[in-house]
Write a protein that binds this ligand. Sequence first.
Ligand code: ZN
Length: 208
Amino acid sequence: MSNWKKQLVDGYYAFRDGEFIKQKALYEELGTDGQAPAVMLIGCADSRVDPTDIFNAYPGEMFVARNVANIVPPCEDDEAYHGTSAALEYAVTVLKVKVIVVMGHESCGGVGGCLAGMGDAPIENFVGSWVSLLNPARDKVVATVSDPDKRQHALELEGVRQSLQNLMTFPFVKAAIEAGDLSLQGAYFSITKAELHMADKNGEFHPV
Ligand SMILES: [Zn+2]
């Protein structure tokens, strides 16, 4: 068996004989009755920032959508394929989650790519096109943070703020918030320190 396949299968056996056994009743209930998570989390696809690990979440607790650089695009009414927007719509209109958390993280490759100009013309690939969504946040950071070494961290935070603003462009999100049924929350995770930061109402991030 190839190394990656052995790693996957061994991991599955460890899960099946360990965590699954411990939570067998919960899995059976969730499999039969469906999910009702209170939290939607939009995070980065980065392998170092698994939201269910970071929040110690049980199966069924957290509806997670991960993409490059944890970006929420603006609501676009076209015929393109919007994976993150579809997950968002399902979470809000069907699952009726209580909060949407957008979580950025330390040393984000997508954020670094945006800073390096991947999202500027000529755009050559899907990642470049995707991270160009961060260009408005990038321009703001470049204009306000003079030290280039501090721009990565600043854009990791500013990208979360921009995604929170973009969430409000979705009519179903805006309606749920106005009805008092939904909240938005910005978060940031430092990998090296396992430190979680939460944004306050002014968009400033503080360790919890
Ligand atoms: Zn990332």
